[in-house]
Design a protein around this ligand. Structure first.
Ligand code: HEC
Ligand code: HEC
Ligand code: HEC
Ligand code: HEC
Ligand code: HEC
Ligand code: HEC
Length: 441
C-alpha cells in the first residue's frame, strides 16, 4: 500500500508541476482565470467582496461591464492614488458611495495579475442558490438516542417475527388437519433448540445448563459494552449544538464569505482563550448589511437583535445612534473543559501548528456550531502520542531538537526518535506532553 501511495503521489506531483509550468507560460499571453482565482484568494479579496452580494465592498460579478480594464488595473493596484492623481469621477463617486470605506492598496499585483483576477470574476460559475437561509438550531440526536432507537426497533422486529412464526404454525396445522399422517409427524417429539443448533453430544446436554450458560455469555458481553459505553459516553458533550440567541451562521461567514477565523476569534494565537467577538466586530459590516431586500424593506430581525443589544438606532442622526443601555448577548458556551484541566489555544495553534479543524471539525460548514471532539483526556493523550510536531524554524522546540539529534547520533537507528517506518518522529509526548502537571492545575 505504501509504495503504491508514493507512486500515486509522485504522479500527482509530476502532473501539477507540469501544469504549473504551462500555466505560468500561458499567463503572459492571455488573462488566466485560474491564476486569477489563486490571486483573489491569496490577497483575501473575499474578506470584503463576494461575487454576487454586497459585503464591505460591491458585488464584483459583471464589474468588467461597468469599468474598463485600464480603470480596474489602476483601481485595484492603488485606488487612493487613482482617485487623488487622476481625479477620476467614477472612482471618487464609488468611494463616496461606500462612505469612504477605503479598499486596501495592492501594488504587489502587476497589471497582468489584475487582469487575471478580472478574468476569474468574468468566468466564475453562477451560484446555484442565492442567499443562504440561516436555519434554526436543529439539535442533533446524540449517539445514545440513536442506539436506544435501534434497540427498540430490533425488539419490535423480533416480536413481529415470533408472531409470524406462530401464525405460520397454526396455518400449517389447519392445513394438515385433513391428513392424519402429517398431523402425527407434527406432534412427534421435537428436537430441542440446542440439539438443532449444536453439533453432536454438545446438543444433548441439559437444556437448563445450556440456557444459563448462554445467558451468562450474552450478559457478560452486554455488561462489557455497557461499561465501555458509560465510561466513554456519559457526560461527554460531543455533538452538543445549542440554539444561540442570534442565528449566527459560521457556514455563511466563515464558509461563503471566507472570513478568517482570526477576524473574530482574534486572541487565538496569543492567549489561552480563542474568545468570542464583541458585537462591535459584527457592526463593521452590519451597520451596512441589513438584508432589507430579503425582508421586504425591513431590517433583518436577526440583525435587529445586534442593534438592540448595542442600543443602536440606525435611523438616528449621525453621532447619536448609540444609546446608553447596551446589554451583552449571552452566547451559549459549547466547548467546556472541567476546571481541573488546562488547555491553551496559543500552544496548539501558534506553537503546535494545529488547525482549528483538527479539533473543531469543519466549522466553516456548520450553520450551528457543534462540538466535534469528545474533549476527554484520552483524546488529548492520543494526539500527544501521535502528532508529528514541526520543529523546523520553531524556537520552542530547540531543546527537543537537540536532545533528539544527540540520541540519534549515539543510538543510530535504534534511537527512540525513530518510528517503525524509519522516519524521525517528534511527538508532543516526547516534549513532556503526557505529564499530569502540564494539563492539570
Ligand atoms: C478591506 C476591504 C477590501 C478588500 C480586502 C478588497 N476590497 Fe475591493 N473594494 C472595497 C470597497 C469598500 C470598495 C468600494 C469603494 C471604496 O469604498 O473604496 C471596493 C471596490 C472594488 C472594486 C470596484 C467595484 C466596482 O463596482 O466598481 C473592485 C474591482 C475591487 N474592489 C476589487 C478588489 C480586489 C480584486 C481585491 C483583492 C485583490 C479587493 N477588491 C480587496 C473593499 C475591499
Ligand atoms: C464573523 C465572526 C466569526 C468568524 C469569522 C468565525 N467565528 Fe467562530 N464564533 C463566532 C461567534 C459569534 C460565536 C458564538 C456563537 C456560536 O456559537 O455560533 C462563535 C463560536 C465558535 C465556536 C464555539 C465556541 C464555544 O462556545 O465553545 C468555535 C469552536 C468557533 N467559533 C470556531 C471558529 C472557527 C474554526 C472559525 C473559522 C473557520 C470561526 N469560528 C470563524 C464568530 C465567528
Ligand atoms: C465581513 C462582514 C461581516 C461581518 C464581520 C459579520 N457579518 Fe453577518 N453577514 C454578512 C453578510 C454579507 C451577510 C448577508 C449574506 C446574505 O446576503 O445572505 C450576513 C448575514 C448575517 C446574518 C443573517 C441575517 C438574516 O436575516 O439572514 C446574521 C444573523 C449575521 N450576519 C450575524 C452576524 C454576527 C452576530 C456577526 C458578528 C459576530 C456578524 N454577522 C459579522 C457580513 C458580515
Ligand atoms: C488541539 C485542539 C484545538 C485546536 C487546534 C483549536 N481548539 Fe478551540 N478549543 C479546544 C478546546 C479543548 C476548547 C475548550 C477549552 C476550555 O474549555 O477551556 C476550545 C474552545 C474554543 C472556543 C470557545 C471559547 C474559548 O476560547 O474557550 C473557541 C471560540 C475556539 N475554541 C475557537 C478555535 C479556533 C478559531 C481555532 C483555530 C484558530 C481553534 N479553536 C483551535 C481545542 C482546540
Ligand atoms: C490534534 C492534536 C492535539 C490535541 C487533540 C491536543 N493537543 Fe495538546 N498539544 C499538541 C501539540 C502539537 C502541542 C505542541 C507540542 C509541544 O508543545 O510539545 C501540544 C501541546 C500541549 C501542551 C504543552 C505541552 C508542553 O510541553 O509545553 C499542553 C499543556 C497541552 N497540549 C494540553 C492539551 C489538552 C489539555 C488537550 C485536550 C483537552 C490537548 N492538549 C489536546 C497537540 C494536541
Ligand atoms: C494532555 C493533557 C492531559 C494529561 C497529560 C493528563 N490529563 Fe488528566 N485529564 C485531562 C483532561 C482534558 C481531563 C478532563 C476530561 C473530561 O472531562 O472527560 C482529564 C481528567 C482527569 C481526571 C478526572 C477524570 C474524570 O472523569 O473527570 C483525572 C483523575 C486525571 N485526569 C488524572 C490524570 C493523571 C494522574 C495524569 C498523569 C498520569 C493525567 N491526568 C494527565 C487532560 C490530561
Amino acid at each position: 500500500m505504501f509504495p503504491n501511495m508514493i507512486a500515486r503521489n509522485m504522479k500527482v506531483w509530476m502532473l501539477s508541476a507540469l501544469m504549473a509550468v504551462s500555466v505560468s507560460s500561458y499567463a503572459q499571453d492571455k488573462p488566466n482565470a485560474e491564476n486569477g482565482k489563486k490571486l483573489y484568494e491569496a490577497n483575501n479579496c473575499g474578506s470584503c467582496h463576494a461575487l454576487d452580494k454586497k459585503v464591505v465592498g460591491p458585488a464584483l460579478r459583471g464589474v468588467h461591464t461597468r469599468r474598463s480594464n485600464e480603470w480596474l488595473v489602476q483601481w485595484v493596484r492603488n485606488n487612493e492614488k487613482f482617485r487623488k492623481e487622476t481625479k477620476d469621477p467614477d472612482a471618487i463617486a464609488l468611494y463616496n458611495d461606500y462612505g469612504g470605506a477605503a479598499m486596501n492598496i495592492f501594488e504587489n499585483l502587476t497589471p497582468a495579475n489584475v487582469l487575471d483576477i478580472v478574468e476569474y470574476i468574468k468566468t466564475a460559475p453562477e451560484p446555484k442558490k442565492a442567499a443562504v437561509v440561516v436555519s434554526d438550531a436543529n439539535q442533533p440526536k446524540d449517539d445514545s438516542t440513536t442506539l436506544y432507537i435501534l434497540l427498540i426497533l430490533v425488539g419490535i422486529f423480533s416480536a413481529v417475527l415470533l408472531v409470524l412464526a406462530r401464525v405460520k404454525n397454526t396455518l400449517k396445522r389447519v392445513a394438515a388437519e385433513k391428513n392424519p399422517e402429517e398431523l402425527a409427524a407434527m406432534d412427534a417429539p421435537k428436537k430441542g433448540f440446542f440439539e438443532k443448533i449444536l453439533p453432536g453430544k454438545w446438543g444433548k446436554k441439559n437444556p437448563v445448563v445450556l440456557t444459563l450458560f448462554t445467558v451468562a455469555i450474552l450478559g457478560g458481553v452486554g455488561a462489557y459494552y455497557g461499561f465501555q459505553f458509560s465510561i466513554t459516553e456519559v457526560g461527554v458533550q460531543k455533538g452538543y449544538a445549542p440554539k444561540q440567541p442570534i442565528a449566527f451562521s459560521h457556514k455563511l461567514h466563515a464558509g461563503d464569505l471566507k472570513l478568517d477565523c482570526k477576524y473574530c476569534h482574534s486572541t487565538v494565537e496569543e492567549s489561552k482563550q480563542a474568545s468570542i467577538p464583541a458585537l462591535n466586530t459584527c457592526m463593521n459590516c452590519h451597520k451596512g448589511v441589513q438584508l432589507t431586500d430579503k425582508y421586504n424593506g425591513e431590517i433583518s430581525p436577526e440583525i435587529k437583535k445586534i442593534y438592540a443589544a448595542l442600543d443602536y438606532n440606525p435611523e438616528a442622526k449621525p453621532g447619536e445612534e448609540y444609546g446608553n443601555n447596551p446589554r451583552p448577548i449571552r452566547w451559549v458556551r459549547i466547548h467546556n473543559l472541567p476546571d481541573h484541566a488546562y488547555f491553551n489555544h496559543s500552544q496548539h495553534v501558534k506553537v503546535g501548528k494545529q488547525t482549528c479543524q483538527t479539533c473543531h471539525g469543519a466549522i466553516e460548514k456548520m450553520e450551528v456550531v457543534q462540538q466535534h471532539s469528545s474533549l476527554q483526556m484520552g483524546w488529548c493523550i492520543d494526539c500527544h502520542r501521535n502528532a508529528q510536531v514541526d520543529v523546523a524554524n520553531n524556537n520552542y522546540y530547540k531543546a527537543l531538537h537537540e536532545k533528539a539529534a544527540k540520541d540519534i547520533a549515539s543510538n543510530k537507528n535504534k534511537s527512540k526518535y525513530f518510528s517503525a517506518d524509519g522516519k524521525v518522529k517528534l511527538t508532543p509526548a516526547m516534549n513532556g506532553g503526557l505529564e499530569c502537571s502540564k494539563c492539570h492545575y
